[in-house]
Design a protein around this ligand. Sequence first.
Ligand code: NI
Length: 260
Amino acid sequence: MKDAMIIDTHAHYDDEAFDEDRTEILEGMKEQGVGTIINAAASMDGCRRTLELTGKFPFVFGMLGVHPDDVGNLTEADMDFIKKNAAEKKIVAIGEIGLDYHWDIADRKIQKHWFIRQMEVAREAGLPICVHSRDAAEDTLMAMKEAHAENIGGVIHCYSYSREFAREFLDMGFYFGIGGVVTFKNGRKCKETVEMLPMDKIILETDAPYLAPEPFRGRRNNSAYLSYVAEKIAEIKGISKQEVIEKTSHNACTLYKKLV
Ligand code: NI
C-alpha cells in the first residue's frame, strides 16, 4: 500500500493534447499530490504508446485494450499482441473496452464481439477489466454476464447510469471510476450514485484530457485536478478529503494488484 497520494486510475496521456508538454506535466505530478497514474489505451496505437509511457515514467502504469469506437478493424493478431504485453509488470488491466451506442461508430454486433473477446483476454491474462459504457447499460450488463465478468473483476469507468444499474454492477463486485462529472452542476445522477456507493468501491479517475472538473470544466484535464473531485466526494460522503484520497488509493491497489 502506497502512502496517501492520489492515484489517477484512468487517463490518456498518450493523447495528442499532451504533445507539447507531456514530460513537464507528468514530472510535476508528485509535488501536486499525485503518486501514480494509469494510462488507459483506447486503440492499438494507444496500446503501443501506453507501453512506451510505462517504460519512460516510473509512476506511470498502463492498461491495454481497444475502445468500442475503434474496434472496426481489430484482428486476432491484435488480441495476441495485447495478451502478450499484458504480462508486462506495469500493465495492470485490460481496457478501456466496452460498448458505445452514443456515437455508434462500429456496428453494435462488432462492438459486442470484441468486448466479449477482450474480456476473455483479461481472464486468460489474469487481469481486471476497465469498462467503457455509454447509452448501452442493458447490453453491457448482458455481455458482462455472458462473459462471467464477476470472475474477472474490474471497474465501470466514468459511471453514467442509474442507481439501479449501479446495484447490478456492485453485485458483480465491480468498482466505480469517479471523475470530473461529480463536480458538474448538471451531474446530479453521478452525485446520487456516489451517495449510494460504499466507499470501498470508489476509485478516482480523470479521463484526461477530457472531463475536467469544475472550476476547469471545458479545459484540458490533468491528474492534479483530482483534488477537486476528492473534495466533492468528501462533501457528499461527509468525510475528509484526505480520507477520500486514502480510501480510493487503497481501493485502486486492491483492484490493480500490480500497482503495489
Ligand atoms: Ni477514457
